[in-house]
Design a protein around this ligand. Structure first.
Ligand SMILES: Nc1ncnc2c1ncn2[C@@H]1O[C@H](COP(=O)(O)OP(=O)(O)OP(=O)(O)O)[C@@H](O)[C@H]1O
Length: 796
């Protein structure tokens, strides 16, 4: 039986476990501060003691029920501190939790006074009697310790010595328990590695169901015979181990990219590095290879804490980085490091378990903070990492994203033994880790926002400014990191073609569809600025028989991964996404990027466009904009292409993004089907919305005990004529489309989709590459239209 203990209202309970949360202050004899222990160490000790006590009791005390109880004062009870989650140490020792087991709370039936009974002292006495626990404390009969009034008088000196002896013994056991745990952890790690090795030997992967990123991890494997034929001599002067060179051969990476050849030697020599290089230029391996080298060089037995922590702004990127680094080690003849992804949307418990064995941890700031700070001992373990990598650094350090990263950095940097932290810089411990910061973009606007000024424009930061900005946010080993700018003149991929399509704001859906028809069966990524647009555009395209998948942050994590997986595996599929997909995603074979909504900032334009033309591939990035947006877009793109010393205003040299030529007759032929597809999509969305609003209002009305009728509510609700009423009206109209009307619309659309739109198309497109003759002859391509985006005015 268990009851709450509240002042003197407590009833007699047996085997009560009392847990109280009490403020610790220096005067309290239970305070961890009084014992001179930092809260965390006290917590660990308490945990160990608790375990030992439990095992001692289970081995020495016959049963709790059978043991004899004696009266004891509340304050004389053997309170035990409870290990607190690391996060609570942020309260700087203000709170502590203590608990005690096996205490009976007794209320005198006549006087109503409360007293406590415990059998713990009794059990200690039994240990002394040498029943099973050698060297246990010597205690007198519990009754001897009580005064005539029955209150506990405390231990004599002799007895105090006995307790000390008992505790000393426990300390010795603490030590051996500690080493036992260390050995067990090492054993677990070794077993895991052996398992991995076995799987590698059998050419298996550790995942049953391959997701998008698992596929990436498996991708580059080839037979060992082929590996010997890959010439990796170009990596020769970077000082890499034979194991890493073999892995690179397996990946068929015969030479390093510029950022890799510049950054790897610096990192290997122990420097902090800030690396800037264009999208798709191999920044992941620029930090991944040195981490692998350090892993191979260090003895596995001596490392029981993670070697590296890699922080990514999005979940998808975190999983991709995990897969990319796994691919580097897949099929290798060495024991591969264990790489754990710690991202939101997946089980925290599972991730905590994975962390126990992880050599490299890749995660998003929010989940990392949650897992590290609420775990026990994880902060200590992460303080020992040798590499901290901040990928997409300008994003992670920007306003709105820095909060959680800042908390992680603070907790890793603070010395809890001295009460240090960034509020107490003198006591901030010396750094042991290297910090590696990577991105394709570092923006001035970011820095201005962070120092509280309004951001004007989005000018690129030069080296000096980037440094000043970074030094404010991140601690570096040497005070000043090495700054490596692999592409000082441009952050856009060299094989990227850019263009814009001008159309009325209300016709973006139509032009998007037409653009996709000009680009049949090619993997396309469409960016919008809002989740609602993703929800609308995806079914619109699906209604037009295009294979489209949604991706936004409000989707469940499993659906997010599924969308990316399908986009990666289905040829010619389309991903409609918010900017959650803008950074870092490395999906092979993305041919076309469409900015359905204009990017809000120059860095977003760079990163969105960077999802194509990666490594040595080529690709196309197209902005769809309304006439009034064109001038702004041109300025934004010119800014992105401006060289560091060049002003955007110097018209002669400024980059000028071309307007693409879509055959307007084809666009107008697409209009009826696009209109129908939009109508159908809007109707479905409106029905869903009305249904969910209705369900919410019905539930609210039920809670309030009032009747709810949606029609009356609509008619009588105040303020319904105000802002948004037009949209609401449209939504209601769309939602009112009957089943029969929907069926008729679908049939009409089906008939339209069975016709080709480019019958009798201008010969200009046939001869100018507008029609893909190979696809036509092979019976491939789009059923409605045969063409390629090269017909849009790009030079072949
Ligand atoms: N040395 C190399 N040779 C050939 N391909 C490489 C090499 N290094 C990396 N790659 C490939 O290049 C692609 C892009 O690499 P990665 O994702 O690291 O780019 P990134 O610079 O981080 O891009 P972003 O800025 O968009 O995040 C990946 O598919 C990767 O496998």
């Amino acid at each position: 039986m268990l009851e709450y203990l509240r002042g003197d209202t407590v009833e007699r309970v047996t085997n009560l476990k009392i847990s109280i949360l009490l403020p610790l202050h220096p005067d309290s004899h239970r305070s961890t501060m009084k014992r001179g222990l930092p809260p965390k160490i006290a917590a660990i000790k308490a945990r160990k003691r608790q375990k030992l006590d439990q095992s001692a009791q289970s081995s020495t005390v016959p049963t709790k029920a059978a043991s004899k109880r004696c009266k004891v004062k509340l304050d004389d009870l053997q309170w035990e501190e409870v290990a607190m989650p690391d996060r609570l140490e942020d309260f700087e020792g203000f709170y502590g939790l203590e608990e005690i087991e096996d205490v009976a709370v007794v209320r005198d039936a006549i006087t109503g006074t409360i007293s406590f009974e415990s059998s713990t002292l009794d059990s200690l006495k039994k240990k002394d009697a040498g029943q099973s626990h050698s060297g246990a404390a010597v205690l007198h009969e519990p009754e001897d310790g009580f005064s005539d009034e029955g209150s506990w008088m405390g231990f004599s000196d002799k007895e105090g010595g006995a307790i000390k002896e008992y505790l000393d013994e426990k300390d010795a056991q603490d030590l051996s328990e500690n080493s036992l745990r260390t050995m067990k952890a090492a054993e677990r790690k070794m077993k895991k590695r052996q398992k991995q090795k076995k799987k590698q030997d059998h050419g298996k992967t550790s995942v049953n169901r391959k997701g998008a990123f698992d596929i990436l991890a498996d991708q580059p494997l080839s037979g060992d015979d082929d590996v010997d034929e890959v010439d990796v001599s170009a990596w020769g002067n970077l000082g890499l181990s034979s194991e890493t060179l073999r892995s690179l051969a397996r990946l068929r990476f015969s030479q390093p990219t510029l950022i890799q050849s510049s950054a790897i030697p610096e990192i290997l020599s122990g420097h902090d590095v800030v690396g800037k290089a264009s999208t798709g230029s191999g920044k992941t391996l620029a930090f991944g290879i040195p981490i692998l080298e350090r892993f191979l060089a260090s003895s596995q037995a001596e490392r029981l804490t993670p070697l590296a922590l890699i922080i990514s702004p999005t979940r998808e990127l975190a999983h991709q980085l995990t897969a990319h680094l796994t691919a580097l080690c897949s099929g290798s003849d060495f024991n591969a490091p264990s790489i754990a992804a710690v991202t939101g949307g997946l089980s925290v418990q599972k991730q905590r378990r994975q962390l126990e064995n992880a050599d490299v941890v890749v995660g998003t700031p929010g989940r990392l903070w949650e897992v590290i700070s609420s775990g026990q001992g994880l902060v200590k373990s992460f303080k020992q990492i040798q590499f901290l990598v901040v990928d997409e650094a300008d994003r992670l350090l920007s306003e709105g994203h820095y909060k959680e990263l800042g908390k992680i950095l603070k907790i890793l940097d603070c010395d809890e033994e001295k009460g240090g932290g960034d509020s107490n810089p003198d006591q901030t411990p010396e750094l042991q880790r290297q910090t590696l910061v990577f991105s394709a973009t570092f923006y001035k606007g970011l820095q201005q926002k962070l120092v509280g000024k309004a951001a004007k424009g989005g000018d690129l930061l030069n080296k000096q400014e980037s440094m000043e900005y970074l030094l404010k946010k991140v601690r570096f080993l040497e005070g000043k990191p090495k700054f490596i700018d692999a592409n000082p003149s441009s952050q856009m991929a060299s094989r990227l073609k850019e263009g814009l399509i001008e159309c009325a704001g209300t016709e973006k859906d139509l032009y998007l569809y037409a653009l996709l028809l000009f680009h049949p069966k090619k993997r396309s990524l469409i960016f919008t600025n809002s989740i609602s647009a993703v929800r609308r555009v995806t079914p619109f395209l699906q209604n037009l028989n295009l294979v489209a998948h949604p991706l936004h942050s409000q989707m469940p994590q499993k659906s997010r991964l599924r969308s990316v997986e399908r986009f990666t595996t289905q040829p010619g599929s389309i991903l409609v996404a918010t900017d959650v997909a803008a950074r870092g995603l490395d999906i092979p074979g993305v041919d076309l990027i469409v900015h359905y909504h204009l990017p809000r900032a120059a860095d977003t334009y760079v990163h969105r466009s960077g999802r194509t033309a990666r490594a040595k591939a080529s690709g196309i990035s197209v902005l769809i904009c309304a006439p009034e947006e064109v001038a702004g877009v041109r300025r934004l793109v010119a800014k992105v292409h401006a060289r560091p010393q060049q002003t955007v205003k110097s018209k002669n040299t400024a980059y000028f993004i071309r307007t693409l030529d879509l055959d307007r007759r084809i666009v107008s032929r697409c209009k009826p089907r696009a209109t129908l597809a939009k109508k159908l999509a809007d109707a479905v969305i409106a029905k869903e919305k009305i249904h969910s609003e209705d369900a919410w209002l019905s539930a609210a009305a039920e809670d309030l005990g009032v009747d709810y009728n949606s029609d009356t509510f609509e008619a009588e609700a105040p303020g319904r004529q105000g802002r948004g009423s037009g949209r609401k009206k449209k939504q209601n109209e769309a939602g009112a489309t009957s089943k029969g009307e929907m069926q008729a619309l679908r049939a009409e659309l089906k008939a339209l989709l069975s016709q080709r739109v480019n019958v009798g198309v201008s010969a200009k497109y046939l001869t100018g590459g507008g029609v893909d003759m190979d696809a036509l002859l092979n019976g491939e391509g789009n059923a409605e239209f045969l063409g390629t985006v090269d017909g849009l005015g790009f030079e072949a």
